[in-house]
Design a protein around this ligand. Structure first.
Ligand SMILES: NC(=O)c1ccc[n+]([C@@H]2O[C@H](COP(=O)([O-])OP(=O)(O)OC[C@H]3O[C@@H](n4cnc5c(N)ncnc54)[C@H](O)[C@@H]3O)[C@@H](O)[C@H]2O)c1
Length: 403
């Protein structure tokens, strides 16, 4: 199968590209390296020493004999190059990771909000329009987020994308329907993913496109069997206040004896998945496409849920680190329960890597090994969700604006 991986230089895209290449896919990576430029902007880099793309691909060829091609294209801006690539390469599938993916980064300023919306929504719409214009029957697999659902329900488990509803017509007839689960995004980033969802629904209906949307939980861990083959293949590990996702941030903090910073009460419950399972899920999704004319196939790509303070306490027990409760920069419920269905991937044969089994090796193998590269000044989250939460905002403004 020929597969183009958009965003293939990123945290999820790189190990996915290697895994697909190892398992026989002909892989072409497309990336505009914007994530590496954001490292420059934030003056915060990956904890692990990631090699430039040319070295990564040369190392993969040296170690496995397999070739992966690379094209530097901005998918959100350079529609012509994207279309030309689809027309010449004629891929069977495109995996779409190429979006700005950090909620705190998307909330930093009006510039960052506008960049995230422009980049993410244009990238998705350009890809959809280009597949239609190419006239090919290409399966699109997109990485979405569990955050499109919000983090509360009426008490039932969050279903996989669709909600069964019953409405009563004016004539009193009761009609059953399946609708997209109502979205409830918690940041501009999450909002772009809800807009992606509508674009997918529209193109699947109008153009009979085959689309799989993976609503992924927070990814933890660093390496997969393929990225461990050679240090030049190592995956990125973000720990800074904008890009470091909660569990990886705790792991790194534990490794450098920094208190584990829990936002608010730590009562937020979130869904998680290990990076090794992410790459397996994408492979499973590619092998099980929807049919033309089907509605978008939505799968919840997560394996377990945890309350943030329980995670902090677990890592504190394993590592001896302290836990520090700090002001929550986000606007969200202090406490929530989360119950999620993930039967579709389990039915396809996914055997989850559990937190219990993987945590300790992650702390020792990666976080401790590269601890000297950490810049601790980058650890605190400085992005706030509302103007009233920003340091230095006068009290009268703080009172007038809800937080
Ligand atoms: N990391 C997580 O915990 C997580 C959780 C849920 C969903 N996801 C989703 O998975 C996808 C990948 O996430 P990640 O953690 O690998 O992010 P990442 O930032 O590490 O990787 C994204 C890659 O896409 C590239 N990119 C961005 N905009 C582009 C554009 N316009 N043209 C070409 N390339 C572009 C970046 O340079 C980067 O290499 C994202 O869409 C994200 O929303 C990630």
């Amino acid at each position: 199968m020929k597969t183009i991986v958009l965003g293939g230089d990123g945290f999820c895209g790189w190990p996915t590209s290697l895994h697909l290449s190892k398992n026989g896919h002909e892989v072409i990576i497309v990336d505009n390296l914007s994530r590496r430029n954001i490292d420059n902007e934030l003056e915060a880099g990956s904890l692990t020493p990631i090699a430039p793309m040319g070295q990564r691909l040369a190392a993969w060829k040296e170690v496995t004999g397999k070739e992966i091609a690379f094209r530097n294209i901005d998918v959100a801006q350079d529609y012509a190059a994207l279309l030309e690539l689809l027309q010449t390469e004629k891929p069977d599938a495109v995996v779409h990771f190429a979006e700005q993916r950090a909620a705190p980064y998307s909330m930093k300023s009006s510039w960052h909000k506008r960049y995230t919306v422009d980049n993410n929504v244009n990238a998705t719409n350009n890809l959809l329009a280009a597949i239609v214009e190419s006239g090919q029957d290409i399966h699109l697999v997109h990485l979405g987020t569990m955050g499109v659902y919000g983090y509360g329900t009426a008490g039932m488990k969050i279903p996989e994308g669709y909600l069964d509803v019953e409405v009563t017509t004016d004539e009193g007839e009761r009609v059953q329907q399946k609708i997209l689960y109502p979205t409830n995004p918690g940041s501009i980033y999450h909002m772009t993913k809800t807009l992606d969802q509508l674009l997918f629904a529209y193109y699947a209906k109008n153009d009979d496109m085959r689309i799989t949307d993976l609503h992924q939980g927070i990814v933890w861990g660093t390496n997969t069997p393929e990225t461990k083959l050679d240090e030049r293949l190592i995956n990125r590990f973000d720990y800074d206040g904008d890009y470091g996702t909660v569990l990886n941030r705790f792991l790194m903090q534990a490794a450098v004896d920094h208190p584990l910073t829990v936002h608010g009460t730590g009562g937020q419950t979130r869904a998680f998945i290990h990076i090794t399972d992410t790459v397996k899920c994408v492979e499973l999704a590619l092998a099980n496409p929807p049919q033309r004319g089907d509605k978008v196939k939505i799968l919840n790509q997560m394996t377990e849920t945890h309350r943030v303070r329980d995670l902090a306490e677990l890592i504190a027990r394993l590592s001896g680190a302290e836990v520090a409760y700090v002001t929550n920069p986000r606007r969200e419920d202090a406490e929530n329960d989360l119950h999620v269905r993930n039967d579709l991937f389990l039915d396809l044969g996914l055997e989850p890597t559990t937190l219990e089994a993987g945590l300790l090796s992650e702390v020792t193998d990666v976080a401790r090994r590269y601890r000297d590269r950490a810049d601790l000044s980058k650890v605190p989250a400085r992005s706030t969700w509302t103007r009233a939460q920003k340091p230095g905002v006068p009290d009268q403004v703080r009172k007038a604006e809800p937080v």
